[in-house]
Design a protein. Structure first.
Length: 40
């Protein structure tokens, strides 16, 4: 998955890599949450 180190060489690419990693983690977290619906 996404490790603790960035693999890109330039700072601009570090930023892009970090943004992509954050989006992936947010999407995985969102998929794991149950949807609650009120019945009564």
């Amino acid at each position: 998955m996404i490790g603790p180190k960035l693999k890109a060489r330039s700072f601009a690419n570090h930023q892009t890599e970090a943004k992509i990693g954050a989006r992936v983690l947010n999407r995985r977290t969102k998929l794991g949450h149950p949807n609650f619906e009120r019945i009564a």
